[in-house]
Design a protein around this ligand. Structure first.
Ligand SMILES: O=C(O)C(=O)C[C@]1(C(=O)O)C=C[C@@H](O)C=C1
Length: 364
């Protein structure tokens, strides 16, 4: 290296050292503020919730709006997500149950939403995640609810019908699947591919084109698919990054999903609603009587109050009383007067109506 370049490098590193020192002090000062916030919350209410989804969404949105680069808005928000996660852990380490096992996309969603400092616990089934939250064994739960290619996760919707749980957040994850092998796999002899049925469905065309003759074996999770591949020389798995890393597998074809925009939406469930954040969504379940015009009666107030419906799902009723059950998501918070007026009208027309929760729209 020339002496000019070497001098420039030294100067830049000195500047970086100084900036790191400033950042360190600022993060420590921020963490002290969070500790004081915790004292204020506790003094107000001994049963306080330390995690505040609406405030976290506001902090991240503000950071993204202020960011001028060169780091992207998403990258900057991700860094602040971790700072906030560490600050919250100082107040109280948040405990989160997710649909496991370890290495699933749901774990990745939990990490994206709560950051690395949260304690996350894998559960074997969606109902178990609900139960742990209801019982107060964890503060929050994370469950998948819909995939852009494969549609809704019916089991999650059905579980809401019998639960008093609230939705207090959402997180959308871009889903990338890879073809993974172990160190002993004979790559030219792959005759069996393991994966979760949803992942097979999301990679159907790619598999038909590249591995038309391989046997497709559906298993309970992509993590399980990755585990099985470790022990077989003629098998591969379709799974995501986390599952592959967990079992030390190698990617031999990346992003094999048929649709490049393949994404899954997850819900954060808890025992309380989230207050207004300024950019919110609401999820409802509504039962209508089995009579002509029922769907029109349900939708008309949304139209009249100009409320933007983002999803409408119909599920068979699980009791004789409810003939049709509709799951509806829309933009707005139930505390907004316009939304409250619309809900009052729908309530009069419905056999039953339950607000599953109003929560900040996913930021990251
Ligand atoms: O503002 C609060 O209520 C805080 O506790 C501080 C803070 C933060 O670090 O900004 C931490 C945790 C909460 O979930 C929200 C925000």
């Amino acid at each position: 290296m020339s002496s000019d370049a070497s001098a420039r490098l030294d100067a830049l590193r000195e500047r970086i050292d100084q900036l790191d020192c400033d950042i360190l002090h600022l993060i420590s000062e921020r963490a002290q503020c969070a500790q004081e916030v915790a004292e204020v919350k506790l003094a107000e209410d001994p049963a306080t919730l330390f995690y505040r989804p609406e405030r976290e969404a506001q902090v991240l949105r503000r950071i993204m709006a202020m960011n001028k680069g060169p780091l992207s808005d998403e990258e900057m928000a991700r860094l602040f997500r971790e700072v906030m996660s560490a600050c919250l852990a100082l107040e109280q380490p948040v405990k989160v149950a997710y649909l496991g096992p370890e290495g699933t996309f749901t774990q990745q969603a939990a990490l994206k939403h709560f950051g690395e400092s949260a304690v996350s616990l894998p559960m074997a089934a969606i109902d178990e995640v609900f139960r742990e939250v209801e019982a107060g064994a964890v503060h929050y739960g994370v469950v998948p609810v819909e995939n852009s290619t494969e549609g809704v996760v019916n089991h999650t919707l059905d579980t809401f019908l019998e639960s008093s749980i609230h939705i207090c957040g959402e997180v959308v994850l871009r889903i990338h699947h890879h073809l993974l092998v172990g160190e002993n796999t004979r790559r030219d002899k792959i005759s069996r591919i393991y994966s979760h049925p949803q992942s097979f469905a999301q990679c159907r065309k790619w598999l038909d084109a590249h591995y038309p003759h391989a046997e497709r074996v559906a298993v309970a999770s992509n993590a399980e698919a990755s585990r099985l591949v470790k022990t077989e020389w003629h098998s591969a798995a379709i799974a995501g990054d986390m599952a592959g890393k967990l079992y030390g597998l190698e990617v031999i074809a990346d992003k094999v999903e048929d649709r490049p925009d393949n994404s899954t939406r997850f819900l954060i469930i808890g025992n309380r609603d989230a207050p207004l954040s300024g950019s919110d969504k609401t999820s409802l379940v509504v039962a209508m009587r089995n009579q002509p015009g029922a769907l029109h009666d349900l939708l008309e107030p949304f139209h009249r109050h100009q409320i933007d419906m983002t999803r409408l799902e119909t599920r068979p009723s699980r009791s004789g009383v409810w003939n049709y059950v509709f799951f509806i998501d829309f933009v707005g918070h139930h505390e907004e007067p316009r939304v409250a007026a619309m809900l009052d009208e729908v309530r009069l027309r419905a056999a039953d109506l339950k607000v599953l929760g109003s929560y900040p729209q996913g930021v990251l």
